[in-house]
Design a protein around this ligand. Structure first.
Ligand code: FES
Length: 268
């Protein structure tokens, strides 16, 4: 929780009535606002430009923005749609309705409010009961979609280590290189983020009235809680790493980094 300090001898302002950005806080509350807005803005812009540019595959490596490959080849290419439209749409849907990200972008982009005890533009709060905010209620369904995407990303990672699985024996039976490690880290971070999802946690055990009656559910709920406690950290790390993985594979496709495989060295 943010530690809010008012100027000595002053009464706290009512944020909604104070005016946008007005506050009596003396700490650097704007630093986290700036960091969140800058981080989300930059990574979001990168994702959109990447989606437009193509080059999502390099040797045995497939960018998370271009997965699943079969869908891209057989559906999107056929209808001349931007090749990353489906992964990007699922990322926006899942992350855009995530409980943590809602707080982050409401503050960062709508100053609603920009921080605790900082004035905002409006005086009333109607919750997420009106269009387009009603969409936030579909988060659970986007979580199902994201879980499917995650399974596909694990498959892509497996194929990076074992290129023969996707019909690329030319890259060897086992490929242990920087690219496969980057893809593995990416999918591990995405898994940590998904496992800490509030909707998933509720689905596993949150609605149980009697935890001792369902010990396996309770164990699953406790595990999800561990991830949930650091959901913000998982959210940022996984978002950054998705972009980094795409960038690494893109640079490889452009010939700026070379295809590496340490398999022979490891197997000596
Ligand atoms: Fe953040 Fe579900 S609440 S992913």
């Amino acid at each position: 929780m943010t530690n809010v300090r008012n100027a000595p001898g002053t009464q706290p302002l009512t944020p909604g009535k104070a005016g946008i950005g007005v506050t009596q806080r003396q700490d650097a509350w704007w630093a986290s606002w700036l960091g969140t807005a800058g981080g989300l803005g930059l990574l979001g812009l990168y994702a959109f430009f990447s989606a437009e540019m193509g080059l999502g595959k390099w040797g045995p490596y497939l960018s998370p923005f271009y997965s699943p490959e079969c869908l891209q080849l057989h559906f999107l290419a056929k209808y001349h749609l931007p090749i990353a439209v489906i992964p990007l749409a699922s990322i926006i849907a899942f992350r855009g309705t995530c409980y943590y990200y809602r707080k982050a972008y409401y503050r960062a982009f709508f100053a609603d409010p920009a921080g605790c005890a900082v004035g905002e533009a409006r005086n009333e709060y109607a919750g997420e009961t009106k269009w387009p905010w009603l969409v936030q209620n579909f988060h659970r369904y986007f979580m199902y979609l994201a879980t499917l995407c995650l399974i596909v990303l694990w498959w892509d990672t497996l194929c990076a280590f074992f290129p023969g699985l996707q019909g690329h024996p030319e890259y060897g039976k086992f490929n242990f290189g920087l690219g496969s490690i980057v893809m593995l880290l990416d999918v591990v971070l995405l898994t940590g983020y998904t496992l800490g999802c509030h909707s998933l946690r509720h689905l596993i055990g949150g609605k149980n009235d009697c935890m001792s009656c369902a010990p396996s559910r309770y164990a699953g709920w406790k595990s999800a809680t561990k991830f949930n406690e650091k959901h913000m950290q998982w959210a940022w790390a996984s978002l950054f790493f998705v972009c980094f993985t795409d960038l690494y594979i893109r640079l490889g496709g452009l010939g700026i980094v070379q295809l590496e495989s340490w398999t022979k060295w490891v197997m000596k």
